[in-house]
Unconditional design. Structure first.
Length: 273
């Protein structure tokens, strides 16, 4: 089971949108996936069309991490029913619901033992090939908790001055964290998101990112999409939204999923369970 944290130091760069795009690609690829919504704003939970029926949110599960049953408290994404109606077969896309309660752990002084809380919950979960953790836009306790539990960290940035500078700081923080707490943690790469092809500033910043980050800058970049807010507002998978622009966006996320995971191996390993 691969655990990938989607992180950004700067808010507003589309981190949750990238999480949702990758979740959509995983559902389309048949990879059993769990999305853990660690952001106290819980936007991923909303975008995934979650309709809870008594399940406990991730914040309260973290509070009782030694005894809590994460598997019993996941909720199927509403996207699964849509996929079944369109494709005739339902995959697995479950959600550990976000809530403001998780914010009690998003502080800078979180101790080493508390950083293990998500790892304890995930250690008892079976049946997923992929776990996507949507982190808050900070380097406080919740992000460090996610990094501790992860195999890889995927960074999201816009091609703008402040976002590129924030990504560089995040890379330094990630390296320090890896040395001190998680020697096996790796960087999955950096996604350039909301790219405007007609913008000279974006073209300049993309070139700057290529110089700074080299092969860590993943391809393809994700262009700005006019109907993205409509897709998310309807709580729909981009792979099941009609129209050519949505299908092109779906293709970008298919490629990014291949870049950050070994899709085929996850699918075959899960099938053998």
């Amino acid at each position: 089971m691969q655990v990938v944290s989607i992180s950004s130091l700067k808010g507003g760069v589309g981190k949750t949108s990238v999480t949702l795009g990758l979740a959509s690609a995983a559902l389309a690829a048949g990879i059993p996936t769990l999305v853990v919504d660690l952001d106290p704003h819980a936007d991923a939970t909303t975008g995934l069309g979650v309709r809870p029926s008594g399940q406990t949110d991730i914040g309260r599960l973290l509070k009782d991490a030694r005894r809590a049953d994460l598997a019993a408290n996941t909720v199927p994404s509403g996207w699964v029913a849509t996929a079944a109606q369109r494709d005739g077969a339902a995959g697995t896309l479950d959600v550990a619901m976000g809530s403001a309660y998780s914010g009690i752990y998003d502080r800078p002084d979180l101790g080493r033992r508390d950083q293990q809380r998500l790892s304890r919950l995930l250690a008892r979960v079976r049946g997923y090939g992929l776990v996507l953790v949507d982190c808050p836009p900070s380097l406080n306790g919740l992000t460090r908790m996610a990094w501790t539990a992860s195999n890889r960290v995927l960074l999201v940035a816009e091609p703008s001055l402040f976002s590129v500078a924030g990504t560089e700081r995040t890379m330094r923080a990630l390296e320090l964290f890896r040395r001190e707490f998680a020697p096996d943690l790796r960087t999955a790469g950096i996604v350039a998101n909301r790219v405007r092809s007609a913008s000279n500033e974006h073209a300049f910043r993309l070139g700057e990112m290529q110089q700074m980050f080299g092969d860590l800058l993943l391809s393809p970049a994700v262009p700005e999409q006019a109907d993205w807010q409509q897709i998310q507002g309807a709580a729909y998978s981009v792979h099941h939204w009609p129209g050519d622009p949505a299908q092109r966006a779906a293709g970008y996320f298919d490629e990014l999923l291949k870049s950050v995971t070994d899709s085929g191996r996850m699918r075959s390993r899960t099938a053998r369970r």
